[in-house]
Design a protein around this ligand. Structure first.
Ligand code: HEM
Length: 121
């Protein structure tokens, strides 16, 4: 099972979509992060895009055709602290859907990989 992707381990798309939905909910209701999202409309579309991106990031099919992470988050001035809070929320969302610890650790490492593209310099 060494080669099994994170995507396969999650059993496909449905669980990932639920996790991303929960993740997004935790982001926009976090009083320290909500201001990043206050001017952002069409949140339901964003959830869809984010789900496609996460599916790809986890080793599933690439159906994400949005902008790259650096471009999207450029100008948002996301601090390292805000990023860390977001990772905590992602872990909380995974826990809610009974993700095994081993898989959560893999995902956390992956999310940390994109940190330099998201946090402002
Ligand atoms: C943890 C890793 C993260 C990933 C994988 C990620 C992924 C994404 C994706 C795919 C979009 C595009 C949605 C679309 O095309 O409409 C997006 C948009 C956005 N993200 Fe992130 N994000 C992450 C972390 C964060 C953090 C930490 C914040 C702020 C605290 C943040 C704030 C935003 C905002 C405000 C938008 C909307 C930008 C706009 O359309 O004006 N993201 N993110």
């Amino acid at each position: 099972m060494e080669d099994e992707s994170i995507y396969d381990s999650f059993g496909g798309e449905k669980t990932i979509a639920a996790i991303v939905h929960e993740f997004h909910h935790l982001l926009v209701t976090d009083e320290k992060l909500a201001h990043y999202f206050q001017d952002v409309n069409l949140n339901h579309l964003r959830i869809g895009q984010m789900t496609l991106l996460i599916i790809y990031l986890f080793g599933g099919p690439n159906r994400y055709h949005g902008k790259n992470m650096r471009e999207i988050h450029k100008g948002l001035y996301i601090s390292s602290e805000a990023y860390e809070r977001a990772v905590t929320h992602f872990k909380k969302a995974m826990k809610k859907y009974n993700t095994p610890i081993r898989l959560m650790a893999k995902v956390e490492a992956l999310l940390r990989g994109v940190k330099p593209h998201i946090v402002m310099k």
